[in-house]
Design a protein around this ligand. Sequence first.
Ligand code: FES
Ligand SMILES: [Fe+2]
Length: 330
Amino acid sequence: MRYVNNSALNAYWYPVAEHADVGADPLPVTLLGDRFVLWRTDVGVSAARDRCPHREMPLSIGCVDESQNLRCAYHGWGFDAAGLCVDVPSSGPGVPAPPTARLHGCHVQERYGLIWLCPGVPVADIPVIVHDADPAFRRINTGVEIWNASATRMVDNFLDVSHFPWVHTGTFGSSQATGVASIELVDLDGDFHGYAYEVDASNPEEAAATTGSAEPVVHRRMSTGFALPLLVRSTIAYEDGLEHILLLCSTPVDDETSLFTFVVWRNDDFSVDAEETIAFDRAIGAEDKSMLEQVPGPLPLGRTAMVSVQADKPSVEWRRRFFALLDVPE
Ligand code: FES
Ligand SMILES: [Fe+2]
């Protein structure tokens, strides 16, 4: 089922870029099949549909000028941070812009080092990650990638532990038993719904900077849960007290292409270089990416469209709730 044009999805927040991605130049992004432009002024980041109201030129090929206006490349109309046209050069000085010359704006927030868009009227806030305000934890942003996979398949994957010993053999998965213990879904803290579990994870040399351990296998107490529509959080606690929190963000560009970024919070002693501590997570993500890019199109959302077993309980529940929030005619 195609889903990105489903208007119910416009009421939620999606990370589309990192803070550092929006600098001096306007940035085009595509979310749920629509093109948006992000630009930064002294008052922060603004967002609007990437279309000039004059002759529909993408504003992202323009610039932010010295008066902090987004300037269209075609005829030079200027727009302020709120998207109001404040200058029409062809009309000459002192002539007001037509009152309808305003951009189709979009809600935008910066949170956790990410820029989040909500194309419609938000019905929920961005989920709270309490560790972000805890000085014992540092936050590591990792950049935004494009995956040739549906965000629905990514969420399904991130909620699933049964693929670990199959897909993640190059990283942490080969020490894990293939059987999955009975899963109980509960409301986790911070707006996430999911489950707690424990796994033995392989700890090759290249994982030492992440796990803080030189043991060949480390025990992890974990929780994994989702916040609708498409966010997944995994928490990992090691026996020595190290905690490693992952926010896995799957943002639909369209039905088959997605942005992927993850954010890490860790209560380590901040001594190891940030990039080194997430290198192992990057390698794990690359294993998921190469697997998911083999499957075309979105995940079927109907209850009986695929065969599921006990180990799929979290993703089946996510899929049920995701489907329920879409406006689908009976
Ligand atoms: S199309 Fe933007 S100013 Fe003409
Ligand atoms: Fe995975």
